[in-house]
Design a protein around this ligand. Structure first.
Ligand code: NAD
Length: 491
């Protein structure tokens, strides 16, 4: 059983890959070169229905009641099998995204394994909540809550960290005894499909993990979230799509978990260790070509170090190596598509109209004929903008940051919190008390001090405002993927 069938990337329903219907397919190109890499079989409403029905049957056939230790063992076997097939996952992720092979190895696929192992541990260690209630006359009641699977969960994920974000949802969902129907991004269908092979190999029963391919509106995404057979939606993607999905599921009152966009700030104080801060900022602005929801796009710098930070970031941005993804020296890949590059270039033009000084970048690099058809863009740094300008207010999702000066701590906090988003922030300082103080006052789900994207997967992850609803990670994930039933016994 193989995910790829010739050029076709196939749907996976009820434990089987579905033979492609040649009328319903779309082409997928390599973002690094623009060359055709696959045809993806688009699932129609009937196929999505089959997937949801298969998931319902899998629950009824006993998956929902499997012992926790069996589910934890299965997750560990899945992690082991991904490790054995590591380079296949790396190759699939690199082909879909154009990201550097080094990053795919060290971040994307490595984290996918860890997601499975972490949730095997978390679910195995989870306890029950209980209360002893004092009653009149000296009697007591015992309250305890048992947790049951949510049911059939619709899992919708974006293209930027496809396998990492998918397994961040699928691992806890399966750990809790749910069945899932997964809709990967139309841009990056390969690793979700390959994961179907792995999960079947390690003994996951048919129907517990299903993959349907396609787009959002009038396609697999919408067919899935409007299906009456789903019990909840876990969605990672843009705030606009999240809002649309929320309206779609509202009439049937299904729980949603939303990890949405960000417009994340970094605050750099003038007592900072310059070299360490520059290394961290470079990572936070340019990792994955700026296409991480956590990436920094606003950098507030105290006046005393503004020029040093600006010069240092420019030097480091120019030192990034754009090039073939398979070259281990490459640090920076293309954007995901020509359409996304157009969006980012429109922001570049807008920033210049708004009076930005482009310290470096601002355009399309010349990388020769081999990569000429790819969606490449230059790492870019601006000064001269303020919080009043759209490029500083709206999520761009590219390798770009605006540097904005500040004088006092209060001013920096106000500037960083002046946004409709609320996903992540980072604070760079050598003053221990100030680090804690400022990090706590950020109106975000994740606030880092002297680091960025450092994750303990047991800690809560998510955003406020336009950045989302709910938290994932550790027990927070278990709470979303289960429903408690409280039992009260009078003693
Ligand atoms: P997107 O919202 O365009 O698409 C996300 C997914 O939703 C895709 O699979 C898409 O096909 C599907 N979709 C689109 N319309 C739909 C509909 N009407 N019904 C059901 N499904 C639909 O986002 P994208 O461009 O793929 O990803 C980039 C966005 O994701 C950025 O805004 C980024 O910040 C966000 N993101 C957030 C996090 C986080 O953890 N907060 C992580 C990664 C990415």
């Amino acid at each position: 059983m193989t995910a790829q069938h010739g050029l076709w990337t196939r749907n996976f329903v009820d434990g089987q890959f579905v033979e492609p219907d040649t009328d319903r397919g779309f082409e997928q190109v390599d973002p690094a070169t623009g060359r055709l890499i696959a045809r993806v079989h688009e699932a129609d409403a009937a196929l999505v229905d089959r997937a949801v029905q298969a998931a319902r049957r899998a629950l009824a056939n006993g998956w929902a009641d499997t012992a926790v230790r069996e589910r934890a063992a299965l997750l560990r076997r899945a992690a082991d099998r991904i490790e054995e097939r590591f380079e296949e996952f790396v190759a699939a992720e690199v082909a879909d995204t154009g990201k550097p092979v080094t990053q795919a190895r060290e971040l994307d696929v490595a984290r996918a394994l860890t997601n499975f192992r972490t949730f095997a541990d978390v679910v195995a260690a989870a306890g029950l909540e209980s209360f002893l209630t004092d009653l009149a006359g000296g009697r007591q009641a015992l309250n305890y809550a048992v947790r049951k699977p949510l049911g059939v969960v619709a899992v919708i994920v974006p293209w930027n960290l496809p396998l990492l974000l998918l397994t961040w949802k699928v691992a806890p969902a399966l750990a809790c005894g749910n069945a899932v129907v997964v809709k990967p991004s139309e841009e990056t269908p390969a690793t979700a499909t390959l994961l179907a092979e792995v999960l079947a190999e390690v003994g996951l029963p048919p129907g517990v993990y299903n993959v349907v391919h396609g787009f959002g509106q009038d396609s697999a995404g919408e067919h899935l979230v409007t299906h009456p057979g789903i019990d909840g939606v876990t969605f990672t993607g843009s705030s606009a799509t999240g809002s649309h999905v929320m309206k779609t599921v509202a009439p049937r009152v299904r729980p949603v978990s939303f990890e949405l966009g960000g417009k994340n700030a970094a605050i750099v104080f003038d007592d900072v260790d310059l070299d360490e801060a520059l290394t961290g900022l470079t990572k936070s602005v340019f990792t994955n070509t700026g296409q991480v929801c956590l990436c920094t796009e606003r950098v507030y710098v105290q006046r005393g170090v503004f020029d040093d930070i600006a010069a240092g970031l420019v030097e480091r941005a120019r030192g990034l190596r754009l090039g073939p993804p398979e070259d281990p020296q490459t640090t920076t890949g293309p954007l995901i598509s020509q359409a996304h590059r157009k969006k980012v270039l429109d922001y570049f033009a807008l920033a210049e109209q708004d009076g930005a000084t482009v310290l470096t970048g601002g355009g399309v690099p010349a990388l020769g004929t081999e990569l000429g058809g790819g969606s490449w863009i230059e790492p870019t740094i601006w000064t001269g903008l303020t919080n009043a300008h759209r490029p500083v207010r709206e999520e761009i999702f590219g390798p770009v940051a605006a540097l904005i000066p500040f004088s006092t701590e209060e001013e920096a906090i106000a500037l960083a919190n002046d946004t409709d988003y609320g996903l992540a922030a980072s604070v760079w300082t050598n003053d221990l008390r100030r680090g804690h103080r400022v990090a706590q006052r950020m109106n975000v789900g994740m606030s880092w001090v002297n680091t960025w994207f450092l994750r303990d997967l047991r800690s809560p992850f998510g955003g406020v405002g336009l950045s989302g609803i709910g938290r994932e990670g550790g027990e927070s994930s278990l709470h979303f993927y289960t429903e408690p039933t409280n039992v009260c016994v009078q003693l």
